[in-house]
Design a protein around this ligand. Structure first.
Ligand code: ADP
Ligand code: MG
Length: 740
């Protein structure tokens, strides 16, 4: 039975053609359900109005005030403008700032009154609200009446646009609430009661039009829970599907692995041994492994993965390693050659008595070599094939692909994993490695369809990394000192990375490598006035720093530049020379972000460090301190002290615990943002859920999901819930197709 509600009714039937068109164009709302799930950001209450004088910094406030002046300021030398609106309560003043929203001058006009809500910040000693929500009191009406209409009620404040202000959205929602029929309840009664939630029908009314703020809160909790539940069901069902599959059963045989272990110059850590045992158990079972191996940078994941590949080769199968970038695939290839030595020289002189072949296949691999690799892979002669996405698209056939290792999971989406698994007749084992450590609950949420193994200690002998923040504006002398330190480091025989957020001064193409989405950039801007001002994109670029430093502060050192726009050949050659210590200082973009391993590099200077995400900074600095000397990382920034951006940098400097930093990084993100690789439109059915804040909700939802599926694995008796989960599934699929 389909959902009996009129949820899918077109909005033109509810609000008329013209308004429906605006809702569609402005907010992407098409159906009655879309409209009702366009939840208000908050409710404002007249009784809670605060007089401006009494406002404290960092306080969330709602004030009734009159607009005193409106001013659009261009930012010299940058794109964009700041809209500054001064409001007053008759006594004190408050500044409202909006970045790049000059169009708001159409409605934010001198003399108008409204409710303004946001967090009080201090900018140059003045109190302000950055990007406040607001509700203007309608003009032309009797003011007393308008205000009293506001009073005593909980007014929803909606995400809105110029053409569709919040009050207009509210009108539409009221029509929507009147139009809605009976809504099928997706949450089984016993769970709903146990959790003390309103029904979905009630919740949708209450979230828009509550009788009290508590009621609105409760409704939100219910709706957030629904999202978590759908997500968990989706993931558990996937996991169950995978579990049902069968793969070729392999036998453990002695061969390369034993001899490799005997030659390892170090002992595996306890964590590595534990994880290796988990993987080994999987490899010889008839169910395909689907496992996430997570561990901080340098925790020794690669060795664990390589050992698994060797075990597979010993048992007669082949392994593939998929890396997100060419540089990283290269690095793995070289590293494996080094680690394996004569074990990887099958067919050559001086080969060990047991051996295999490894090969590297990327987009730019020359065609004769490619042909040879494809033949060797097909015949089974190549035991380990390493490559980038090229492996997926090039029609590479294996003789017997038994294990697929994917490095850096966060760049690949759920569906991409499936494409790979579907490459062979029987699904191969899949091991996914990620160096962005993910808190347990998040792992459960985002990778709930994978088993998770964690390496939580660094191998003994790793040297600590010291991190400092350098405020380039406030303490320019410190930056000078930093360059001197680079020279000293090189004099001592070490090497240094300098990382900049952009390739050239005029180009924005490196944004995607920031690890920040446009949304996140926008959010960062909204956080504070200072950040609004700093929202031009990193001043420093590789092409500007390279000539400046190599003829200036770093004169006499062997300095090279590296960025994503260079040819593969150039990149390789530079990386090779850096690895061989023929280059002292490498000025680069984040192409060096993941996995690159040059133990002699002991120092990293990150320019415009505020432009990078917390986890990304942590990843970057993981490139140093891999050798015997302690690592040093300097985060150079021009943001002011006390700003959220600065606090983030200070957090990175204060701990090397990747898990802790990852939490910090994820706190702001919605679950959908974390899922898969920057799939922008993905999982738009997850509107309220946030991975860290809603940790408890997710855990509870997981439990409920398990119980529901235990009795009814296909949700045959709950079409309402099936509906929600199906939507999620479709979105996941659609977002993957878009990406392809
Ligand atoms: P990850 O892939 O997790 O970043 P790697 O596997 O590259 O980490 O390991 C980082 C470095 O530590 C490598 O040089 C590796 O040879 C070394 N290493 C790995 N395991 C151990 C261990 N148990 N003891 C000492 N060194 C180790
Ligand atoms: Mg690695």
């Amino acid at each position: 039975m389909a959902n009996p509600t009129n949820f899918s009714m077109k909005l033109s039937k509810v609000v008329g053609d013209r308004t429906a068109k605006a809702l569609s164009e402005e907010l992407g709302l098409e159906t009655l359900e879309d409209l009702l799930r366009h939840y208000p950001r908050r409710h404002v209450v007249r009784g809670e109005l605060t007089d401006i004088e009494s406002l404290n910094e960092d306080e969330e406030v709602t004030i009734l005030a009159r607009i005193q002046s409106v001013n659009v300021k261009r930012i010299p030398g940058r794109k964009g403008a700041i809209l500054e609106v001064v409001v007053s309560d008759g006594r004190a003043k408050l500044i409202l700032t909006f970045f790049n929203q000059a169009w708001r001058t159409k409605e934010l006009r001198e003399g108008r009154e409204g409710l303004f809500a946001g967090k009080v910040g201090l900018f140059k000693g003045k109190r302000q609200l950055a990007h406040p929500d607001y509700l203007l009191i309608p003009e032309g009406e009797n003011k007393e009446e308008a205000i009293s209409d506001f009073a005593g009620k909980f007014l929803p404040v909606y995400p809105a646009t110029r053409k569709l202000p919040s009050w207009k959205v509210a009108q539409c929602v009221r029509l929507g609430l009147d139009a809605i029929g009976e809504i099928a309840e997706p949450l089984p009664e016993k769970f709903r009661e146990g959790l003390g939630f309103p029904t979905l029908q009630q919740a949708l009314h209450q979230v828009h039009s509550p009788a009290s703020l508590e009621e609105a809160q409760r409704a939100r909790e219910r709706l957030t829970f629904d999202e978590a539940l759908a997500m968990q069901i989706f993931l558990i069902q996937r996991k169950n599907e995978i579990k049902k599959q069968r793969t070729k059963v392999r036998e453990k045989r002695s061969g390369i692995l034993e001899k490799f272990d005997a030659r390892l110059p170090f002992e595996l850590t306890a964590g590595q041994k534990r994880v290796a045992a988990q993987i080994e158990a999987d490899l010889y079972s008839s169910a395909p492994m689907f496992r996430l191996l997570q561990g901080d940078v340098g925790s020794g994941k690669t060795i664990v993965a390589l050992r698994a590949m060797l075990a597979i080769i010993d048992s007669g199968g082949q392994a593939a390693l998929l890396a997100p970038t060419e540089v990283l695939a290269q690095q793995h290839y070289k590293n494996f050659q080094k680690l394996l030595g004569d074990f990887a020289m099958k067919g050559m002189l001086g080969t060990a008595d047991v051996s295999t072949r490894i090969a590297l296949l990327t987009g730019p691999t020359p065609s004769d070599e490619r042909g040879e690799i494809i033949t060797g892979t097909k015949s089974g002669e190549i035991g380990i094939l390493i490559g980038t996405h090229a492996l997926l698209t090039e029609g590479v056939d294996f003789e017997d692909l038994a294990l697929l290792v994917i490095d850096e999971q966060h760049r690949f989406g759920v569906e991409q994993r499936d494409v790979l698994r579907n490459r062979s007749e029987l699904p191969p084992h899949v091991l996914v490695m990620t160096a962005t450590p993910i808190p347990r609950t998040v792992a459960m949420t985002v990778f709930g369809d994978l088993d998770v193994s964690t390496l939580d200690e660094l191998p003994l002998g790793r040297t600590p990394i010291e991190t400092h923040v350098i405020s380039a504006n406030e303490k320019p002398a410190f930056l000078e000192r930093a360059w001197k330190r680079v020279v000293e480091e090189v004099d001592r025989g070490q090497q240094v990375y300098i990382v900049a957020p952009r390739i050239s001064a005029t180009d924005n193409s490196d944004f995607s490598t920031f690890g920040l989405t446009a949304d996140e950039l926008a959010r960062a801007r909204r956080l504070s006035g200072e950040e609004v001002e700093a929202a031009e994109f990193g001043k420093h670029s590789v092409e500007e720093l390279f000539p400046k430093l190599s003829s200036g502060e770093l004169k006499g050192l062997r300095v090279s530049a590296l960025h994503g726009r260079m040819s593969t050949h150039e990149k390789e050659s530079i990386m090779r020379r850096f690895s061989a210590s023929e280059i002292d200082v490498l000025i680069s973009t984040t192409v060096i972000e993941v996995g690159v391993d040059v133990p002699n590099a002991s120092m990293m200077v990150i320019m415009d460090a505020d432009r990078f995400g917390v986890s990304q900074l942590h990843q970057l600095r993981g490139r140093v301190g891999r050798g015997t000397v302690p690592g040093l990382c300097l985060l150079v920034t021009s943001v002011a002290s006390g700003t959220p951006a600065m606090l983030r940098l200070e957090a990175v400097a204060s701990t090397t615990d990747g898990f802790e930093l990852s939490r910090l990084d994820l706190e702001q993100r919605r679950e959908g943002d974390v899922l898969g690789s920057a799939q922008s439109g993905a999982t738009s059915h997850l509107r309220l859920l946030r991975v860290i804040r809603d940790e408890d909700v997710i855990i509870r939802a997981r439990q409920v999901a398990e119980q529901i599926l235990e009795i009814d694995p296909e949700l045959t008796t709950n079409s309402a819930l099936l509906d929600v989960v199906d939507k999620l599934r479709q979105e996941e699929r659609a977002s993957y197709l878009e990406k392809k």
